[in-house]
Ligand binder design. Structure first.
Ligand code: ADP
Length: 503
């Protein structure tokens, strides 16, 4: 498969930048990495064909600087920019600036990012497309009095949410009228700090729903297809930790209903490229539109594993103006895939970040195992960015085999020098409710904490996680000493690289 894109800049770092480089290398597209001063030795910098320093460690001055990134693209002669996820990926001004500078933005048009980035606007679009949604407001809420009135109408508990929200920020659960005013205050100030906009809206709070999302691809010729669903109910602080495809809950009729609803949402925003429509699904199997993410998602590999479609390559082809070249009925799914997000975090201490040097690393292998990593042995995980270091993805013929394979792979995975979420994942794979496919968004809270520790905000784990840690530690063998980083070793990551800083 050839592509029309000759050279692209990747406006990201870590595992997702590495993932994009890999797709480009297979396509014959040259890659330009950008990096901050904290990332001089990051894997994406070592692997890309070229690399450009764009600023100091704080993301505001590097990975979030539209000006510096567009300048790096111009100077390197890249034709297009892939934003990855996070950072500038859902910033309409960035997409617009790329376009104005004559660069292809590998993602949707700025108008679609703008519409879906405003959650009340997204709700209006979904309503117009006839897609059911969580009861709540279609406009931002003004005064506290108005909020009280609406909350009573919707009925407590309610969720206060940031209009420009993302990453679980600016979200507050309110169980009764007295809790509303303080929650509004907190959510507004958090939203202002995180998104520069204090606007909030209200939604009915669903008790223990599932989070199930539909992956879409849309080309510039008006074709939209859905690539099935991902179950993302294993979350902490409203952020995903484990994802799988398919969902244990869905059958073919429900999958089709949700898939077609997602396609209608995309069409209503004249959507192009890869996107995801997220839904909450109740115990009664009714589904409700939650939001649309206008970018590649962290959990895209589980979809790739069951459909055989390389989504990053599809993104590049779509951006180059190619047709999808297949219809909905051509999309086939086979087997079951699970992803565990491996964060540099301490699962025994409320998932506190655990940056530092990786002194030993041994990654799993064998059939149907995929390790999408952004790190290597000897690498120091910086304090400045998201602590996701890797994603472990497995495929199995069915869910049982996938769980067994994941358990085996997690047992082989060893990271020394920093704490990671590996033992947490081990414990989940062994948990009877997870094994039974009976999951919801409060699974982690309810199964891995006890009341006492939840009340004071600390998340000490119950016996099962301790037992899993024991098993995990017992299984560990001494890791080999870290390899001294030699220039030859570094160079081996970068075949054909022009820049000679390392040689
Ligand atoms: P963000 O954009 O900040 O990630 P989302 O709207 O996607 O926020 O919600 C993230 C998670 O928060 C969901 O997966 C779910 O666990 C929880 N959540 C959001 N809205 C509701 C709701 N109305 N009822 C129950 N849980 C919710």
């Amino acid at each position: 498969m050839g592509t029309l894109l000759r050279k692209i800049l990747i406006a990201n770092r870590g595992e997702i930048a590495v993932r994009i480089i890999r797709a480009c290398r297979e396509l014959g597209t040259r890659t330009v990495a950008v990096y901050s001063e904290a990332d001089r030795e990051a894997l994406h910098v070592l692997m890309a064909d070229e690399a450009r320093l764009i600023g100091p460690p704080p993301a505001q001055e590097s990975y979030l600087s539209i000006e510096r990134i567009v300048e790096a693209a111009r100077a390197s002669g890249a034709e297009a920019i892939h934003p990855g996820y996070g950072f500038l990926s859902e910033n309409p001004a960035f997409a617009e600036t790329c376009r104005a500078a004559g660069l292809i933005f590998i993602g949707p048009p700025p108008s679609a990012i703008l519409a879906m980035g405003d959650k009340t606007e997204a709700r209006r679009l979904a309503a117009k497309a006839g897609v059911p949604m969580v009861p709540g407001t279609m406009d931002p809420v003004g005064t506290d009095e108005e909020a009280q009135r609406i909350a009573r109408e919707i009925g407590f508990p309610v969720m206060v949410k940031a209009v420009k929200g993302g990453g679980g920020k600016g979200m507050r659960l309110v169980r009764d009228p007295t809790g509303l005013a303080p929650a509004l205050r907190l959510a507004r100030s958090e939203a202002k700090a995180a998104f520069g906009d204090p606007a909030i809206y209200l939604e009915k709070y669903l008790e223990a729903p599932r989070h199930i999302e539909i992956q879409l691809l849309a080309d510039t010729h008006g074709h939209v297809v859905y690539l099935g669903e991902r179950e993302c109910s294993i979350q902490r602080r409203h952020q995903k930790l484990i994802e799988e495809s398919p969902s244990p809950l869905l059958d073919e009729p429900l999958r089709r209903a949700m898939g077609e609803a997602a396609c209608r949402v995309a069409a209503s925003a004249a959507y192009v490229n890869a996107g995801t429509v997220e839904f909450l699904v109740g115990g009664d199997r009714r589904f409700y539109f939650l939001e649309m993410n206008t970018r590649l998602q962290v959990e895209h590999p589980v979809t790739e594993m069951v459909t055989g479609i390389d989504m990053v390559k599809e993104q590049l082809r779509i951006a180059a103006g190619e047709k999808l070249g297949y219809e909905q009925e051509d999309i086939r799914r086979l087997g079951w895939a699970i992803e565990c997000r491996i964060y540099a975090e301490d699962p025994f201490n409320n998932f506190l970040p655990s940056p530092g040097r990786i002194t030993g690393l041994s990654v799993p292998g064998g059939p149907w195992i995929r390790d999408d990593s952004g790190v290597y042995e000897g690498y120091e995980v910086p304090i400045y960015y998201d602590p996701l270091i890797s994603k472990l993805i497995v495929w199995g013929r069915d869910r049982e085999e996938a769980i067994r394979r994941m358990t085996r792979a997690l047992g082989e995975y060893q990271v020394r020098g920093i704490k990671t979420t590996l033992p947490f994942h081990q414990a989940v794979m062994l948990h009877p409710d997870f094994v039974a496919g009976s999951v919801h968004t409060h699974f982690v809270e309810t199964k891995f904490t006890n009341e006492e520790t939840t009340r004071d905000g600390r998340h000490e784990q119950i016996a099962i996680i301790a037992a899993a840690l024991h098993a995990y530690q017992r299984a560990q063998r001494p890791a080999p000493p870290p390899a001294p980083p030699s220039s030859a070793w570094r160079a081996s990551f970068r075949p054909g690289r022009e820049d000679s800083r390392w040689s």
